[in-house]
Design a protein around this ligand. Structure first.
Ligand code: ADP
Ligand code: MG
Length: 351
């Protein structure tokens, strides 16, 4: 029962200005130049479909370099590719990571520490036990998972971020950067777009969206959030600019056995799929790496802990939560930007 659904956070075309900082002059110019025709590309990488869109001067180059960037990071980070840097370290128990891989591991370990271990970049042995990498799904028993928990202890990683040298201190430890790689990639793409002179662009990496600037007409991007029920009734639309909008949900990848659904976001304290009462978590932040790491971590933490976490870190991100019983919560920082909500919205206020 293979159930990989490509999540669709569609980027809708906005029809009205939502307060982006461009001037009226910029807007009218933007509307009339041929440069408004986007350059786009769709590729399959990191196990998902990705679309890249860039407008204006430098767009062609940005899209070409963007594709190369994605392919490079995929070949570096993929656990499914024996020759990737991550696989080599996993096979040998040690190795030297290149700059990008070292940056990602650094951020992953930071986010792991900040979230009290809810995010864990060493989940691979447990993902394997459940059969997620090969899609030969099975349900491991508690004893097996308890033994594997020994291998995901982040204190047993010796890592020097400067040199990229990493050593696993216990037998059988293996990295899995899948919970953060797409967010790191989308932020890197935005930097790359900007370095090509692009001021308006968007990437959607399997539904994880990051936008650069505003739309060419000067209005905010409108990013529709997928409803986990798979219907066309979006959860709502976020109007934003210069942000990553990254979602984790149990509905994205799962299998069923004996009438029970098992999804791919694992609670590192048990080894079982997180069952925190949340159905989907969307993180909005200028830092895509943070957004991706936190989307996974807060999904594990559940609503109550996530609210407390946001209240102490609200300068770094905002969030949209959907509970298993269809309660929709939005943090105060984006409450006014989240429109056309499908369910009633409860706003989470600062603590
Ligand atoms: P997606 O990759 O589908 O967008 P996530 O960002 O939530 O979703 O990442 C889920 C992936 O992260 C899993 O497929 C697995 O590789 C890895 N993972 C699972 N549980 C955790 C966890 N608690 N912490 C960090 N990574 C995890
Ligand atoms: Mg994630």
């Amino acid at each position: 029962m293979i159930s990989k659904k490509v999540s669709v956070l569609c980027c809708l075309i906005g029809l009205f200005c939502c307060g982006c900082s461009q001037t009226a002059a910029d807007v009218s110019q933007g509307l009339t130049t041929a440069a408004d025709e986007p350059v786009t590309a769709t590729i399959f990488a990191m196990d998902t479909y990705m679309t890249l869109t860039a407008y204006g001067k430098g767009a062609q180059e940005a899209i070409e370099q963007g594709q190369t960037c994605i392919e490079t990071l995929d070949a570096m980070l993929s656990t499914g590719l024996d020759t990737s840097e991550v696989s080599r370290v996993n096979q040998n128990g040690s190795g030297i990571l290149s700059e990008d891989a070292a940056n990602i591991l650094t951020r992953a370990l930071e986010i792991s520490a900040e979230t009290d271990g809810a995010f864990n970049p060493l989940m691979y042995p447990i993902m394997e036990a459940w059969g997620f990498p090969t899609q030969n799904y099975r349900v491991p028993d508690e004893k097996e998972l308890d033994a594997l928990l020994e291998r995901i202890d982040t204190s047993q990683v010796a890592f020097d971020a400067q040199s990229g040298a990493v050593i696993f201190l216990r037998e059988g430890m293996e990295m899995d950067l899948g919970g953060i790689a797409k967010g790191y990639t989308s932020t890197k793409l935005m930097d790359l777009f900007a370095s090509c002179g692009v001021t308006s662009g968007m990437v959607s990496l399997g539904g994880n969206v990051q936008v650069l600037g505003c739309k060419p007409d000067g209005t905010n991007w409108r990013i529709a959030l997928q409803n986990p029920d798979g219907s066309d009734n979006y959860l709502g639309v976020l109007e934003t600019s210069d942000m990553a909008v990254i979602t984790s949900g149990g509905y994205e990848r799962y299998f069923e056995q004996d009438g029970v659904t098992y999804h791919h976001i694992i609670d590192p304290s048990t080894g079982f799929p997180a069952d925190s009462g949340l159905c989907s978590v969307t993180i909005v932040s200028a830092d895509g790496t943070l957004a991706d790491g936190l989307s996974t971590a807060l999904f594990v933490m559940g609503l109550e802990k996530s609210i407390a976490f946001w209240q102490t870190h609200s300068e770094n991100f905002d969030a949209i939560f959907l509970t298993d019983d269809d309660q929709l919560y939005v943090t105060a920082g984006i409450a006014e930007d989240f429109v056309d909500a499908y369910y009633d919205v409860t706003v989470i206020e600062e603590g």
